[in-house]
Design a protein around this ligand. Structure first.
Ligand SMILES: Cc1cc2nc3c(=O)[nH]c(=O)nc-3n(C[C@H](O)[C@H](O)[C@H](O)COP(=O)(O)OP(=O)(O)OC[C@H]3O[C@@H](n4cnc5c(N)ncnc54)[C@H](O)[C@@H]3O)c2cc1C
Length: 400
């Protein structure tokens, strides 16, 4: 029996396993797909800025079992290309042998090199992080008179920081009282001169208007130099008392990738070829936030679900075809859109790599909710619906 192993059960890994499973089933191959994930869930990371709900993650087993894919719940700590194993620990049974491998262990938040950040700040990088933030907010809202209890600091005005800052009053309304939510001071700190520097000039006026409407105090050109239990200190020496500091400092590739040979980009992503293969490794594919892949002649995939899903499908398909000795396909994804939630300021939809604004407001907010609660979900409902969805040429997102 040949073994195809997928490391990581996020957007890229889950779709890689499904596309591989489909290809092996259709070819009646003597091969098995195993997906290894550190927990039994796929987390909807793009939802983690919203008020917390357990629905931000889904069980992987029902999705995978539709195509007879095995789930192994384990933390991978070693990738051995020479021995063709993924390893979980020092024992002889703590490893899985593979004949083809897809690496899709995603990304982690970039550490903020500021004293006290690790001890005193929260994040929304993982399901656990979002749950901790919800529990923390409930605790501080229960003692609103404590110094800094009603000041909420978000560090980093990128995509996630803007979404969180503009949605925070909704969190406070959900976990506390309307009066406390209105009274709260929300501070968004950004080292750059503009909010959302990477989002370009197109949506910026809408972002600025939404931050104002949501009464977010934006501190630009501002660096945080220390975080402690009482708040943050800025480079100017100013101290902002706050019991809630959330860091949204952007993503970097999972450090598992440092075990592999080859070129890496500034985010630690592994540079892959057009088939999403690790150069020089015919049976090793990389997808999602760990892969630096060309989408067309002039662009590179971003760390986004929008890229992780099609990349994952292609990597899984190609890995299965590599096992079968069949031709592979080249990853291409020229179209690009963004949909940014702006809290009570609605949402903004942009199109193209230059992020031209297509539309904004309440209708786009509804679209964002549809994306987050429907489009990014893996397929459900048994083999009759999962098998066609795993086809490389099936439209994704399904309703788009
Ligand atoms: C707050 C937030 C908001 C975002 N908003 C958007 C958005 O609006 N639009 C968008 O397109 N993208 C958004 N993103 C980015 C998007 O979530 C990622 O690009 C996407 O999740 C990447 O998919 P992936 O499969 O590569 O990685 P992930 O989804 O991170 O999945 C990786 C999986 O690997 C598992 N894993 C990691 N290490 C190990 C290990 N050692 N052993 C076993 N398993 C392991 C993890 O548990 C996880 O299940 C957002 C991200 C965050 C954090």
């Amino acid at each position: 029996m040949q073994e195809l192993v997928v490391v990581g059960g996020g957007f890229a890994g889950t779709w890689a396993a499904l596309a591989a499973g489909r290809e092996l089933l259709l070819n009646e191959a003597e091969a098995r797909v195993t997906l290894v994930n550190r927990d039994p869930f796929i987390t909807m990371r793009p939802r983690l800025y919203e008020p917390f709900t357990p629905e931000m993650r889904l069980e992987l087993s029902p999705v995978l079992s539709a195509l007879d894919i095995s789930l192994r719940v384990a933390q991978v700590d070693g990738l051995d290309l020479a021995a063709r194993t993924v390893n979980f620990g020092p024992g002889p049974h703590d490893s899985l042998r593979w004949d083809a491998l897809v690496i899709a262990a995603g990304s982690v938040q970039r550490p903020l090199p500021v004293p006290g950040a690790a001890e005193h700040a929260l994040d929304i990088d993982t399901f656990g992080g979002a749950e901790r933030l919800a529990q923390h907010l409930q605790r501080v809202l229960a003692r609103p008179k404590a110094e800094g209890a009603l000041t909420f600091v978000v560090i980093g005005a990128g995509f996630t920081g803007i979404e969180l800052a503009t949605e925070l009053r909704r969190h406070l309304r959900n976990y506390g009282r309307e009066s406390l939510a209105s009274e709260a001071r929300i501070v968004l700190v950004e080292a750059d001169a503009v909010p959302g520097p990477a989002l370009g000039a197109g949506p910026r006026p809408l972002i600025e208007a939404a931050l104002e409407r949501c009464k977010v105090e934006v501190r630009l050109n501002t660096r945080v130099t220390a975080i402690d239990a009482s708040g943050i200190t800025l480079a100017s020496g100013e101290h902002i008392p706050s019991l809630t500091v959330v860091i949204t400092s952007g993503l970097q590739a999972n450090p598992l990738g440092t075990q592999l040979p080859g070129e890496r980009d500034e985010s630690g992503r592994l540079v892959v070829d057009g088939f999403l293969r690790l150069p020089g490794q015919e049976h090793v594919f990389v997808a999602g936030d760990m892969a630096h892949a060309r989408t067309d002649e002039s662009h590179t995939a971003l760390m986004s679900c929008q890229h992780a899903v099609p990349m994952g499908k292609m990597a899984g398909y190609n890995a299965a075809r590599a096992l079968l000795g069949l031709s592979q396909r080249t990853y291409q994804q020229p179209d690009y859109v963004t949909c940014l939630d702006l809290g009570d300021g609605g949402a903004v939809l942009t199109s193209g790599w230059d992020r031209q604004v297509v539309d904004s407001g309440a209708e786009i907010k509804t679209l964002k909710q549809t994306i987050n609660t429907r489009w990014i979900l893996p397929p459900s409902g048994g083999r009759e619906s999962v098998l066609p969805a795993a086809d490389l040429d099936a439209p994704w997102p399904p309703a788009a």
